[in-house]
Write a protein that binds this ligand. Structure first.
Ligand code: CTP
Ligand code: MN
Ligand code: MN
Length: 405
């Protein structure tokens, strides 16, 4: 039970229904008073769930989180899930902190930090680096898998197969006659330099204009929204993600093929992997979370002219080409699934994982990119905005730029 401030009542009156309780609604005076002379323990504890933390792009513990991410990735390459997730969670907790960790005691009350993570922190605080991480960074297998998976279309499985065959470099792969690259990997190698260079905010904006124009030659009532890392306020990304739909239910099915045709006509479509919708409302809720949602989507590589980008392309200095290749993802959910798709595609990956984990473990609900299902009431919970979904989950609303977990 909470004792609430009048602001909860006025907020509820404004919304026309009881709103979810947020920290600002709690009466601070009702917190227990401390005996004289005692030091107050900090009230705000850090939640184990990323969806209950506010994480901006400002990371005060980059040295530590970079180290954790190397270790997480190395466990991922070895398909050892437990420690991989543990390091990802630990990195995510540290990213949410408003200041730098200066000594081990600073981490005392933090969740998700186990013995192994604390040992790495201690090493870095003491020596400025972690020997375990450095060993990994110079490990041949790690380096090779990292290199191979940096190619568009090459996942950990393929990378591992190539590594086992003794291949160590791109030229090893490209000169090996028995290796048949698929279309995606061929394009990946062809545009490797461009695609592995970060996409800037200005480039993302230019692509937004291009997609927007293409969409509006097709239909006047289309809805286009930036999502992914750029919606979270990141300065750079590995691609640009958009949601595109229309209020006319069913019309979204032909939207992506039409956009793709338009981009082709403009001569800027370098690669297109289109996946038609397999979304079936009768098959919801999905009890097993699948890595991919069922909406129509396409993974593209577009040719972006420098003249369309304010301040020019993000390219190497000696490079004076007039264009670059950029990865773009488009997803096209039916309008009544819009809020779930937007929440799911805004990320970050860790934030999404914890939203689903929180829903399942704390609320007995199932959340994915399509829907939210209450297992207790055995009903679907409707939402037209992200705020609705947070409210159903009893979570304080977290703005997109606070989801960089
Ligand atoms: N996503 C998804 N289903 C997919 C692909 C992506 O739900 N088939 C989600 C991811 O979980 C992520 C978001 O879409 O939350 C964006 O994915 P991605 O572009 O890979 O990552 P970003 O967070 O945008 O990071 P970056 O800036 O590197 O692109
Ligand atoms: Mn992205
Ligand atoms: Mn993407």
């Amino acid at each position: 039970m909470h004792v609430l401030d009048i602001s909860w009542f006025t907020d509820s009156m404004r919304e026309g229904r009881p709103v979810a309780v947020e920290t600002r609604h709690l009466i601070q005076d009702t917190l227990p008073t401390l005996p004289e002379g005692s030091t107050p323990t900090p009230v705000a504890t850090v939640s184990q769930y990323a969806c209950q933390r506010r994480t901006t792009t400002e990371n005060n513990n980059k040295i530590l989180t970079d180290a954790f991410e190397v270790l997480a990735e190395s466990y991922e390459f070895s398909e050892i899930e437990g420690p991989c997730l543990a390091f990802r969670r630990a990195a995510s907790v540290l990213k949410s902190l408003p200041c730098e960790v200066r000594c081990l005691e600073d981490t005392q009350d933090l969740p998700c930090l186990g013995e192994h993570t604390k040992a790495v922190i201690e090493e870095i605080l003491q020596y400025g680096r972690s020997f375990e991480v450095e060993k990994m960074l110079s490990d041949e297998r790690y380096q090779t898998l990292k290199l191979f998976t940096s190619v568009f279309g090459v996942g950990p499985k393929t990378a591992e197969r190539w590594y086992r065959r003794g291949l160590r470099s791109f030229s090893d792969i490209l000169s090996e006659p028995s290796i048949q690259l698929n279309q995606m990997q061929q394009t990946g190698f062809l545009h490797y330099e461009d695609i592995s260079r970060a996409v800037s905010k200005a480039e993302a904006r230019a692509l937004g204009n291009i997609i927007d124009e293409a969409v509006h030659t097709i239909t006047s009532d289309a809805i286009l929204a930036l999502t992914g890392g750029f919606r979270r306020g990141k300065e750079f990304g590995h691609d640009v993600d958009f949601i595109v739909t229309t209020p006319e239910l069913g019309r979204e099915k032909s939207l992506l093929p039409d956009i793709i045709d338009e981009l082709k006509e403009q001569g800027i479509l370098l690669y297109c992997d289109y996946q038609a919708s397999t979304f079936d409302i009768a098959k919801l809720p999905g009890y097993r979370f699948e890595a991919m949602d069922h909406f129509a989507k396409c993974f593209l590589i577009l040719r972006l002219e420098g003249s369309k980008v304010e301040g020019g392309l993000n390219s190497a200095e000696e490079d004076n080409r007039s264009w670059r290749a950029v990865r773009v993802d488009l997803v096209s959910p039916p309008m009544d699934r819009y809020a779930f798709a937007l929440l799911g595609w805004t990320g970050s990956r860790q934030f999404e994982r914890d939203l689903r984990r929180y829903a399942r473990l704390e609320r007995r609900m199932l959340l994915d990119n399509h829907t939210l299902y209450d297992k207790t009431k055995k009903e679907f919970l409707a939402a037209t905005t992200e705020r609705d979904i947070f409210a159903h989950l009893g979570l304080e609303y977290i703005e997109p730029w606070q989801r960089n977990a």
